[in-house]
Design a protein around this ligand. Structure first.
Ligand code: NZQ
Ligand code: ZN
Length: 393
């Protein structure tokens, strides 16, 4: 097992009606003025926003609000939010929504804490953030894991670039998670969320190893739970227990727990999806399932013991005539699972058909943003990334 540091400072309040405690919980943090940030309307329509503001009023917390965050959240909205946060004197950004809203809130936190700089510079790796206004969230979709992660992902709509920034400064102080809130999700978003949760675990699992028995068993148990729960939710979207399982899995899949002691994280599929998201504005989880099978078949020989372990321990594959055959059966089984929850397994199924020029542009952009190479299962360079996009067509 390799040495590690684990930092998971988020206070989690999990369960039915949890959002009604928002005001009192923020009071405990000593906060008296907040900017509420939300998305395209689901939180208004469901009445959630009304319940949250009532709870803030009851606790005597002043609030301003800004909605309109879109999936693949835009830097222009972040700049608008930072202006409002500063004008209002917000002491905390309260995200009411999913990964996009939480990420936009984290970025507003960065922008408002260092208003003398343009916030895009930190996503463009021109500088590292030095401060961030505190962030809290009321989560409405189990997917990105932003509620406990150190990451935020923002899209610059002027350049078509989607870029992430990792820093412990932005980890939410408080994550309020009521699984009931996710029952109103469209089935496609539920499935895309489950895919993203699996992928956060897989990105940490496919490494060159480090003899992490406990970490591996946590990761495998998490993946088996999500595989099972996603099928339950496909057939019974209002199943509370399955909603609760995937919501908790969302947080644990991306708060670093499932990769402790490994020799790094792969995150190539994520990098490839970020390019697709920037260029074609696709749904994150669906973009991941569309590239993963091609990535897996491209790299598996380089990481064979882990692919065999995944096939046997997670996908229930009986050992085949060779390790290669077992690994390939495991990849095919996950691909079949994605199909079964109506997730795309190719770019065409995702609804995009990049030209050769676009493939080369995505590969070049990915290589540039990752310093020329990326991956722990297999180190990949620009030409490999282009080859995987072609395989994924
Ligand atoms: O905007 P509204 O109207 O709320 O609709 C949203 C949106 O259209 C809808 N939705 C959310 N909760 C709902 C609901 N509809 C009905 N009922 C509810 N309870 O779902 C749609 C998707 O929401 P979004 O926030 O975009 O989903 P997700 O949580 O998957 O976030 C995706 C973003 O997170 C980034 C992705 O790249 C993408 O930009 N990621 C962030 C990470 C992080 N910060 O750690 C890690 C991830 O790997 C990922 O990259
Ligand atoms: Zn993700």
């Amino acid at each position: 097992m390799f040495d590690f540091e684990y930092f998971a400072p988020t206070r989690v309040i999990f369960g039915r009606s949890a959002e009604e405690r928002t005001g009192a919980l923020l009071r405990e943090l000593g906060v008296s003025r907040v900017l509420i940030h939300y998305g395209g309307g689901s939180a208004v329509k469901s009445g959630l926003l009304g319940r949250v503001t009532a709870s803030l009023d009851e606790a005597g917390i002043a609030h301003a609000s800004l909605g309109g965050v879109v999936p693949n959240p835009r830097v222009s909205k972040v700049r608008e939010g930072a202006r409002l946060a500063l004008q209002f004197g917000a002491e905390l950004i309260l995200a009411v929504g999913g990964g996009s809203v939480i990420d936009s809130s984290k970025a507003i936190g960065y922008a408002a804490a260092e208003p003398e700089h343009d916030v895009w510079e930190i996503y463009d790796r021109k500088r590292a953030p030095k401060a961030c206004l505190p962030v809290a969230c009321v989560l409405t979709i189990a997917a990105a894991g932003s509620e406990m992660s150190n990451s935020s992902v923002i899209t610059n709509e002027e350049t078509g670039e989607k870029r992430g920034c990792r820093s412990n400064l932005c980890r939410p102080r408080l994550a309020i998670m009521n699984p009931e809130l996710t029952a109103s999700l469209p089935p496609y978003q539920t499935a895309a969320g489950c895919t993203d949760i699996l992928m956060h675990t897989l990105e940490r699992y496919f490494t060159q190893g480090g003899n992490m028995e406990l970490t591996d068993q946590i990761a495998e148990g998490l993946m088996r739970t999500v595989l099972k729960s996603a099928l339950i939710l496909r057939d019974d979207p209002s199943n509370y227990d399955a909603r609760a399982e995937v919501m908790w899995a969302s947080s644990l899949s991306h708060n670093d727990l499932t990769g402790l002691g490994a020799d790094g994280m792969d995150f190539v599929s994520h990098g490839m999806e970020h390019e697709l998201g920037g260029m074609f504005d696709v749904t994150h989880g669906a973009g991941l399932s569309a590239v993963w099978p091609a990535w897996a078949r491209y790299v598996y020989k380089n990481c064979l013991p882990r692919f065999v372990k995944f096939a046997v321990n997670v996908m229930d594959i009986q050992p085949q005539v060779s390790d290669e055959a077992t690994a390939l059966a495991g990849i095919a089984a996950l691909e079949d699972f994605f199909r079964s929850i109506h997730m795309p397994v190719t770019l065409r199924e995702l609804g995009v058909e990049p030209t050769e020029e676009q493939i080369l542009a995505m590969a070049a952009s990915f290589a540039k943003s990752s310093g020329g190479k990326k991956g722990t299962a297999k180190v990949l360079y620009e030409a490999d990334m282009a080859a995987i996009y072609r395989m994924a067509l």
